[in-house]
Write a protein that binds this ligand. Structure first.
Ligand code: ZN
Length: 118
């Protein structure tokens, strides 16, 4: 599994600048490793919607230390493609989830109580 630093080095090779220009974006994609230490962590952000989420977090573009402006989505697309070889949709991940009974359970909602005025 590529470390965010290595993804950042790859970004430098593509668009110039330095590692620090890209590291926060690549770290954001892999932050989910703190939840699940194996590759399943990728289900949280490594998909098309995750790339658009990155744009909301980091802005539509980033300005590199060289002054060059590039779309944030380019960096997200690079990260996901380097990890998975493609950009899946979240639906691709969801299809891989084995349903368990608790996932579809619904609980009876409490009926609102009437206020009793005294
Ligand atoms: Zn990753």
């Amino acid at each position: 599994m590529a470390h965010p630093y290595h993804h950042a080095l790859s970004s430098v090779n593509k668009w110039g600048g330095n590692v620090e220009d890209y590291l926060p974006i690549h770290q954001w994609f892999d932050e989910s490793k703190s939840i699940t230490a194996d590759f399943r962590h990728r289900a949280l952000r490594h998909h098309a919607e995750g790339i658009f989420m990155a744009e909301k977090v980091f802005g539509t573009t980033i300005t590199l230390s060289t002054g060059t402006v590039i779309p944030t989505r380019w960096v997200g697309e690079q990260h996901v493609k380097e990890d998975l070889g493609m950009i899946p949709s979240f639906a691709d991940w969801a299809r891989a989830i084995r349903p368990a009974p608790w996932m579809g359970r619904t609980q009876q909602l409490e009926a609102p109580t009437e206020k009793v005025s005294e």
